[in-house]
Structure formats: C-alpha cells, structure tokens
Design a protein around this ligand. Structure first.
Ligand SMILES: Cc1cc2nc3c(=O)[nH]c(=O)nc-3n(C[C@H](O)[C@H](O)[C@H](O)COP(=O)(O)OP(=O)(O)OC[C@H]3O[C@@H](n4cnc5c(N)ncnc54)[C@H](O)[C@@H]3O)c2cc1C
Ligand code: FES
Ligand code: FES
Length: 470
C-alpha cells in the first residue's frame, strides 16, 4: 500500500509501487490539469511538486510525473496544478495571463507548477532563479520572452520574504493556498513510506532509483514489473564527509549533490557543470548511482567521478565489496556487478589545495541535451610540473573511459606544445569512437582533442599553449 498526500487529501493505493504517478493523477484521481506530452521527461507538461521532510525541513522539488513511480512519493506531498488553485486565479496564474505567456495552454500548468516550486523554495528570489526553475518546461506556441516576463514578475512578489518560511509567507500574501502551512505537521504525522529493507526477489526485479532512465528505456515493461525501490531508503540518502572522504549514498540525487555544502565549498566550479546536465526536474529525481549503473558511455557524473578517482561500494545487503568506478565497466553496458548487488555508496578523496578540476561537455545544444563527447580532468601542479593528472572521457568508446596512458604520460612533465601534441596522440590511440547520431568518428576524435586542450587552457593557463585545431 502506497500512501501520500495529494494536494489536500491523503491517498492510499494498492497499485504497484512502479505504477506511474502521472497515470495515477490523471486516471485514478481525474486531475487532468497535469498534461501528457512526451512521456520522456523532456517537455515538462506533466510537472508536479513533491514535498518531503529533510532534516525536519519541508522541501519542495519539481518532478516530471511521467517518469515517477508512485513508490518514490510514498510519505510525501504531491502537488498538481489543481492544488495551487485559490478562489480567484493565484498571482502566478495571473502573471502568466497579464504577460500573455499562454496561448493554447497545454504547457501552462507545467510552467505554473514549476514557478510555484520556485516560490516554495528558499532560493534567492531573483529573476534569474525564477527562469532557472522553468528550464525543464517547453512551450511550443507562446514566445519564451513573455513567459520570462511572467517569471520576473513572480520573483518580484517574493522580494520581502526575508527569512520567513516560504509556505507561511505565500499563504499570508495569498500567493498559494493556506493549506500549505499545515503540510509539515501532516507529513510528520503520516511518516510513511520509508522502507528500511529491500524485500523482493533479488534476481528478477530491477533496482529503481529516480526512474529517469528506466522509465524512458523500458516504459511499458516498468509498468508491468515489481522493482526494488532504493530511492526512499534513509541510509542511501546521506551525503557526508568521513575523514577526508566525500561519501555519496546510493540514492543521492543530482540536486542533493548540487546543493551540498561540501561540494559548494570544495568544488565551486561544479555549479556551472550542473547546468549542463538535464533540467531542474530531472536533476531533482535522478540519482548519481543511476547515472553510474545505466552505464551510458556519456554519463556526465560518471565521467566526472572517474576523474575524481571515485570508488563504489557494492552490496547484496549482506556482503559488500569495493571497486574503482573505472573498473566497473567491462564492455558496452556490461558491468562487474552481480544482479543482486546495488550501489550502497560512492566515495572519493577530497583533493588538496593544489588540485584543480574541470569538466567539459559538447552536445548538439547547450542545455537539456546529452553529450556528443564529454571529458573531465583533475590536475595538481608544483612549479609548473604535473604532479598528478587524471583525464576521463565519454562518448569516445563503448564505455566511459579513464585515459590511463595519456594521464601516465603527462605525469611529472612540464607541459609544452610538443608534449601536449604527443599526449593527444596517445589519447587518440586509447579511444575508439563510432559514428552515430551524436557525430561522426572524426568529429568525436577532434572534440576530445579540443576538450583536453580546453582543460589545460582553464586549469593551467601559464603553459600558454598554442591551441590549433589538430
Ligand atoms: C530528459 C532527460 C535528460 C537527461 N539528461 C542527462 C544528461 O544531461 N546527462 C546524463 O548523464 N544523463 C542524463 N539523463 C539520464 C538520466 O537522468 C541519468 O542517467 C540519471 O542519473 C539516472 O538516474 P536514476 O536514479 O533516474 O536511474 P534509474 O532510472 O532509477 O536507474 C537507472 C539504472 O541504474 C540502476 N540503479 C539505480 N540506482 C542504483 C543503485 N543504487 N545500485 C544499483 N543499481 C542502481 C537501475 O536498476 C537502472 O539499471 C537524462 C534523462 C532524461 C529523462
Ligand atoms: S510528459 Fe513530457 S516531461 Fe512528462
Ligand atoms: S501555450 Fe501552447 S504549448 Fe505553450
């Protein structure tokens, strides 16, 4: 039985945990304001808010309900566009109308829900943050300028919020309904859905994280199967420091990582990389472990973590073992992992002060796209000599790669144009890209060279390298 609060009411359903939230909302609860567009997480027409208690704080995040299994919202608050309605149009809806930000209206509920999520967050109420909140919503007929104007207007409504709890402020100023102020206590009372063990037949049922990969790749199959849900397990939701290790639990999401004070302190540049990965709702749902296990040769976090020399701890619930992340990949989508093993933790050593890191990604469009080629590099220099260097690359072989020979060659050297040319030749000998929809083999080879040069430009400008397009 899955229980959660849907808008104002507690619902309990005996539908399987893998049943889609979108179908539940529309076909079981007749809340048809939530629209169906792509069913692949791309358009945002199906956006809902999911509120949960984290460290006793109520936190709302936008989710695409078309990729959300109901088991992942157990014990939480799900808000559809109907749950934002007041006697008259609320100021978010009003702003969309005043700024002519809606025409056919199909996408509008998704935009309104995402903007309500921005209002419910504690993010600084800037125009830029309001627009970032709708980066997962696509509109096919209204101009984005008018939607951006509406978002700016909404950010103005929040200017005097100060440190007041968002739900209290929004209710007081009649921006969102009053009932939001009682949700925290209602969730505490509900305190449901937090399973602490993995029970179901380990051999045949897939592990399920955020569902952003599985529900795209195996949409119909997921509806008919049971799964082992990891998403709500408290022990897998931790991100913390232990000695000098950054430890990421097997259900930590991309947004958890982005918002973590550890990452912000030690990797300030990461904020720029997150913007290159999917969209706000997908980042809210997608786990880092899911990125690793889906074994895409272009998984962005996999490539970053390989350059960070990450290790993973695999467990079957009884026995655990640790391996280097880069050793997990044995061939295209072939892993050194037994079916009953799941990722309990991912960890890497926090680098010392000399250590610098960069990630680059080239895709057909800058945002909301997967990479043609991506690459990460970590480097530590002393008197311009490379002490340590780790270069990884995606999209250039059947697996996400650690460029071992290239990294070994560069270690201990002062980089000159000649040395870099030789290093790039070694990198070219390590990779085996194929021509596909993301680019030809020749193009991907050229991209890798350019991305490695870019790493040096950004991390070691003192080398003053010539950057010709060889
Ligand atoms: C619109 C859209 C945009 C995207 N953009 C990007 C992008 O820019 N860059 C990118 O890299 N990816 C992108 N993705 C792919 C996907 O979001 C990520 O790979 C994501 O990290 C997968 O995580 P998940 O928790 O949703 O995985 P799930 O779908 O839940 O699972 C994926 C796989 O991992 C397994 N799994 C999950 N957790 C564990 C665990 N703890 N232990 C063992 N196995 C586990 C599952 O069994 C499954 O095989 C995008 C996806 C969508 C839908
Ligand atoms: S229907 Fe397009 S994102 Fe869900
Ligand atoms: S108003 Fe028609 S798709 Fe956005």
């Amino acid at each position: 039985m899955v229980n959660f609060i849907l808008n104002t009411k507690i619902v309990a359903t005996d539908k399987p945990e893998t049943f889609l939230l979108l179908d539940f909302i529309r076909y079981q609860k007749n809340l048809t304001g939530t629209k169906i567009g792509c069913r692949e997480g791309d358009c945002g027409a199906c956006t809902v808010l999911v509120g949960e208690l984290k460290n006793n704080e109520l936190q709302y995040r936008s989710f695409t309900s078309c990729l959300t299994p109901i088991g992942n919202v157990a014990g939480k608050h799900v808000v559809t566009v109907e749950g934002l309605n007041m006697d008259d149009l609320n100021p978010i809806q009003q702003a969309m109308i005043e700024e002519s930000a809606t025409q056919c209206g199909f996408c509008t509920p998704g935009f309104v829900v995402s903007l309500a999520g921005f209002c419910l967050s504690t993010k600084e109420p800037t125009e830029q943050n309001a627009i970032a909140a709708i980066d997962g919503n696509i509109c096919r007929c209204t101009g984005y300028k008018s939607i951006a104007r509406a978002a700016a207007k909404i950010s103005q409504l929040l200017q005097n919020r100060g440190a007041e709890e968002p739900a209290t402020f929004l209710a007081k100023h009649k921006i969102l309904p009053e009932y939001f102020t009682s949700i925290k206590e209602r969730l505490q009372e509900l305190a449901l859905g937090k399973k602490s063990t993995i029970t179901i037949n380990p051999e045949t049922y897939p592990f399920l994280g955020g569902g952003t990969d599985l529900y795209v790749q195996k949409h119909d199959q997921m509806q008919k199967t049971e799964a082992r849900l990891l998403y709500n397990l408290p022990e897998l939701n931790q991100l913390y420091l232990e000695d000098n290790k950054c430890i990421i639990g097997g259900a930590v999401t991309v947004t958890d990582l982005k918002d973590s004070s550890i990452i912000q302190e030690h990797f300030p540049s990461f904020l720029n990389y997150f913007r290159l990965v999917s969209s706000t709702p997908i980042r809210n749902m997608a786990t880092i472990a899911g990125n690793i296990i889906n074994a895409s040769p272009i998984g962005d976090f996999t490539v970053m973590l390989i350059a960070l020399r990450a290790k993973i701890i695999l467990t079957d619930g009884i026995n655990s073992r640790q391996i280097r992340l880069r050793d997990l990949y044995k061939g295209y989508k072939q892993l050194d992992k037994k079916p009953e093993e799941y990722i309990e933790k991912i960890w890497f050593e926090l680098p010392d002060r000399n250590w610098k890191f960069n990630f680059e990604k080239v895709s057909k469009r800058t945002h909301l796209d997967i990479a043609s080629v991506n690459s990460a590099m970590g480097i530590s220099l002393q008197a311009d000599i490379i002490q340590r260097i780790r270069i990884s690359a995606g999209g250039v072989s059947p697996i996400p790669m650690y460029l071992e020979k290239t990294s070994t060659y560069l270690t201990g050297r002062l980089v000159t144009d000649q040395i870099l040319t030789e290093a790039l030749e070694i990198a070219q000998s390590e990779i085996s890209p194929i021509s596909d929809a993301r680019g030809s083999e020749t193009y991907k080879r050229l991209l890798l060279n350019q991305l490695i040069k870019t790493h040096f430009l950004i991390l070691a400008p003192q080398f003053e390298l010539e950057l010709t397009d060889t």
